[in-house]
Design a protein around this ligand. Structure first.
Ligand code: GTR
Length: 416
């Protein structure tokens, strides 16, 4: 049962800070040829592309460069949604001319705010209908993991699933603060199962005769990140949205996807990781909580095949995750942890953000000033380029987290 699986994962995990092995992080500011990086120009021309390529080849897998001819169709528009608070649009993005492959974008924009508005964009875990009880949201027809939520029956969402995850998506609060919200079900890109490659968008990019990605090609996280960029393609065309102020965000595995999307796609003006943990914001060399072997075993489809080479060999990985954050610079990044989410290694998540600092410094941007994480619910770096907080409680994303994301976005998007 799920309970026993969770128990055995806990038994394997390392939660003792005194047992974190001594480690040396890969040098952020030294090129592979051994040259010290001293200027923004050197960073952008040499080091940044090197790091990005390493994450692509060794961690998440390379995203195909082939461009699909994507056709966006607005399926519905309701200017009086949520008691006239919002305009709700649903846009179907067709990836192929035969219309067999598509994803559905749900977009709310606040009616009271002056257009164009800044927008938060994030993937969701169980279909757009799960984020709000709004009866106008299309119910996904896709396979959904068995999250034990109301209205999920035999891996299908039903009417009773509307709003089942509303707690994680404070739509009214987001609208009241003048932000729009866009979301896509991650299963529209790749169903979250090890045997789902045939049902995913992978096939749209295979070479002749290919049936699975090769070891340096993208896994599921790569397809999810790709979906975020395709949603951005749409947002760029919507008159109500300010394309210069789109924040990409995500929780947990979808926080990993948000970071990877932000790293690859500079159109995302702000990047938010919530409890993304191992393979996301956390320093993997700490070997605390979830580790590479564990994640590659539980979720063999998430990363590139190459990433399995680093099972029990964290120190041989040519990158660590502070470098994933550093390649966002000079764009602002926010990382959130939760005190009881030790599986995601809150301290390791904080340290990645801290160790990305030198690149922000090259750009003259302020960041965190100490390697010591703050106390629970004492947000830090809120008016710098790297913000962080540790919420009290479990692995989740709640109004407390969103409130801090919006404060941070206010500073970067609304500052005069
Ligand atoms: C866990 C996984 C984490 C995290 C989490 C989630 O089972 O070990 O890496 O992604 O799922 O997405 O909630």
């Amino acid at each position: 049962s799920v309970f026993f699986i969770a128990q055995s994962l806990l038994a394997l995990a390392q939660y003792d800070e005194s047992k974190v092995p001594p480690y040396t992080l890969p040098e952020l500011m030294v090129t592979q040829a051994g040259k010290k990086v001293r200027t923004v120009k050197e960073w952008e021309a040499q080091r940044r592309p090197e790091i990005l390529a390493l994450f692509a080849e060794q961690v998440y897998g390379k995203t195909p460069t082939k461009k699909l001819r994507i056709h966006f169709e607005t399926v519905s528009t309701d200017r009086q949604a949520l008691n006239s608070l919002a305009t709700r649009k649903q846009i179907r993005a067709y990836f192929t001319d035969d219309r067999q492959h598509y994803m559905d974008i749900l977009l709310y924009t606040p009616n009271a705010a002056q257009k164009p508005v800044p927008v938060f964009l994030g993937l969701n875990f169980s279909g757009n209908q799960s984020i709000h009880a709004d009866p106008g949201i299309l119910i996904t027809k896709r396979w959904v993991p068995d999250w034990k939520d109301p209205g999920l029956i035999n891996n299908q969402a039903t009417e009773a699933n509307r709003g089942a995850r509303a707690r994680r998506w404070p739509v009214e609060e987001i609208l009241a603060r003048g932000y729009g919200l866009a979301t896509v079900y991650y299963g529209d890109l790749q169903p979250d199962r090890a045997d789902s490659f045939d049902e995913s968008i992978h096939s749209l990019f295979y070479n002749k005769g290919q049936t699975v990605p090769s070891p340096d090609e993208w896994g599921a996280i790569g397809t999810w990140a790709w979906g975020l960029s395709r949603a951005m393609d749409y947002l760029e065309t919507d008159q109500d949205v300010d394309k210069k102020r789109v924040a990409v965000m995500g929780h947990s595995r979808l926080g990993k996807a948000a970071l990877w999307a932000g790293a690859q796609d500079p159109r995302f003006a702000l990047v938010i990781s919530n409890d993304s943990g191992e393979g996301g914001a956390a320093i993997t060399r700490r070997q605390y909580g979830e580790q590479i072997k564990r994640i590659n075993t539980s979720f063999p489809h998430w990363f590139a095949g190459n990433y399995k080479q680093y099972n029990d060999r964290e120190n041989d990985l040519p990158v660590d995750f502070h470098e994933l954050i550093a390649i966002m610079a000079p764009r602002p990044v926010y990382v959130a942890s939760a005190s009881e989410d030790q599986w995601s290694d809150p301290k390791g998540e904080y340290l990645s953000l801290y160790h990305a600092g030198p690149v922000y410094a090259l750009y003259g941007r302020s960041t965190l000033t100490t390697p010591i994480p703050p106390e629970v619910e004492v947000p830090v770096g809120q008016k710098t380029w790297t913000g962080y907080h540790m919420r009290n409680g479990k692995h989740d994303i709640l109004l407390y987290d969103w409130d801090k994301f919006m404060n941070f976005a206010d500073f970067h998007f609304k500052r005069k």
